[in-house]
Design a protein around this ligand. Structure first.
Ligand code: NAI
Length: 475
């Protein structure tokens, strides 16, 4: 088996944590049981690009239990949990000397070159007959396949402009080496039945490709299942934003001024958590609806420029770029904490920060750095501007990820087994499946549902067994 992880001897520790996680992931375990015999993913060759954590290990082993062959990478250079990666490679039945699990190409602290090399490896199936499905988080695997196929069609890979981001230059270099007359990427693209996408940012990329007419295979937008974005993005971040801050800095949050940029699902969870710790939370927004929500939830809403000099903690949650600029950081208090929990690192202008004449970067510990300005004040930047909950801590806990990943498994089954029902486009799962995911998580929390009577169901115009809401309902 080909694989590349940090240290296989961590597998036993990883396995113990996977066993604990399985107990906290009732949705995934129920799906495993439901499909144990029928194995709907037999024949599926799934390339996964999603943070290689303990929770993801349970997802991977569920896909395998349903019959799939899987190859995996992390979708971020800092988010891999090395013991999880080792345990997945060794597998439940293997040993360190005789691994029998799944090929994983991921370790904590990859360089960007290594990151894209890993993505290429996971997309390169032994025997050349796969993958036929992608499970993506943020859209990097989907992007590589699309760009490779696009440049093969054009007959050349364009040169990078000097001011292009470093990462884009790395991608172009990789494609220059791998785009081929044998149409390597075009062949990979033609085999893929579909992609299921985990997060807001990746979904945004998919809709843009579909609008531009460049999407090459159908996609299921897992993010916009209610049981994903209204749970993982919100309650998941409510948990893991504090975990990231604590493990990185252990600063007391109570009494501090915290600025949350963006009040979408992630922003709502972060602002709530910071307030729960006793911080005075200020929100910035561009959308009047979200700004009004934040105001009515009791937060001060203003611009970053207004408060940049008084806040102690900054968290960006926008999925947009250039939210905190180098100029903002130049005006911050000494040792203000600057962090991002959105998918990509360009929410904070790290490149601009590095270009300030005389600035000094010092590592406090991995993924925590001080940047000291010539005037003597410093800012503490978490995870080099990458998502801090996975870079500095261990991301969302199992129970909430069970909701997200149950949607992922159902979406993979949908696209793989009903391919002809999904012409190229971007789809969300039907509401009855969303409700099913929620239902699978109720018992574990001791929730008792009220049963509709037939007369009540008729009165509000829904079936007794659901779905209970129209598609336009917003929760
Ligand atoms: P969303 O679209 O619900 O929220 C983003 C909010 O930011 C919107 O309300 C938007 O109006 C606002 N915004 C955009 N530009 C802004 C600006 N210049 N200043 C202030 N506000 C601005 O998206 P969601 O679901 O909250 O996701 C946000 C990001 O977090 C995405 O990149 C997503 O992929 C990522 N994500 C990260 C997770 C993690 O564990 N770290 C988990 C889930 C999502």
């Amino acid at each position: 088996m080909d694989f590349k992880v940090a240290d296989l001897s961590l597998a036993a520790f990883g396995r113990r944590e996977i066993q604990l996680a399985e107990h906290e992931m009732p949705g995934l375990m129920a799906v495993r049981k439901e499909y144990a015999q029928s194995k709907p993913l037999a024949g599926a060759k799934i390339m996964g690009s999603l943070h290689m954590t303990i929770q993801t290990a349970v997802l991977i082993e569920t896909l395998v239990a349903l019959g799939a062959e899987v190859r995996w990478v992390s979708c971020n250079i800092f988010s891999t949990q090395d013991h999880a990666a080792a345990a997945v490679v060794v597998g439940p039945d293997g040993t360190v000397d005789d691994p029998k699990g799944v090929p994983v190409f991921a370790w904590k602290g990859e360089t960007l070159e290594e990151y894209w090399w890993c993505t290429e490896q996971a997309l390169t199936w032994p025997g050349g007959d796969g993958p036929n499905m992608i499970l993506d988080d943020g859209g990097d695997a989907t992007l590589l396949v699309h760009k490779g196929a696009e440049y093969e069609k054009a007959g050349a890979v364009p040169s990078a402009a000097e001011d292009d981001p470093e990462e884009w230059k790395i991608i172009l270099d990789l494609l220059r080496r791998t785009v081929s007359d044998e149409k390597r990427w075009t062949t990979i693209a033609s085999r893929i039945k579909g992609v299921t996408e985990e997060t807001t940012t990746g979904v945004h990329r998919l809709y843009e490709m579909f609008k531009a007419g460049t999407l090459l295979f159908p996609a299921i937008n897992v993010n916009d299942s209610v049981t994903k974005s209204k749970f993982d993005n919100k309650y998941g971040c409510r948990h893991s934003v504090i975990d990231g801050l604590n493990r990185a800095t252990d600063v007391l949050i109570g009494g501090k001024v915290a600025v949350v940029c963006g009040y979408g699902d992630v922003g709502k969870g972060c602002a709530d958590a910071l307030r729960g710790q006793g911080a005075r939370v200020i929100v910035t927004e561009i959308d009047p609806i979200c700004a009004l929500q934040a105001a009515m939830d009791g937060f001060q809403v203003t611009t970053l420029d207004e408060v940049v000099g008084i806040a102690d903690i900054f968290v960006t949650t926008t999925g947009n770029f250039n939210i905190i600029t180098a100029d903002h950081m130049a005006r911050m208090k000494h040792n203000a904490i600057v962090s991002n929990i959105g998918h990509f690192d360009n929410e904070i202008d790290m490149a601009g920060l590095a270009k300030i004449p005389g600035i000094v970067k010092q590592e406090v510990k991995p993924q925590v750095h001080t940047w000291t300005f010539p005037d003597g004040h410093a800012v503490i930047v978490l995870a080099e501007g990458r998502l801090m909950n996975l870079g500095c801590a261990t991301g969302h806990p199992s129970f909430v990820m069970s909701n997200s990943f149950t949607n992922q498994v159902i979406a993979q089954i949908e696209l793989f087994t009903k391919t002809e029902e999904y012409p190229i486009g971007v789809y969300v799962l039907p509401k009855h499946l969303d409700e099913k995911v929620a239902r699978l998580h109720l018992d574990a929390l001791g929730v008792k549902l009220t049963q509709l009577t037939k007369a009540q169901a008729d009165y509000i115009g829904v079936p007794v067994e659901g779905p209970y809401k129209p598609d336009h309902y917003r929760y």
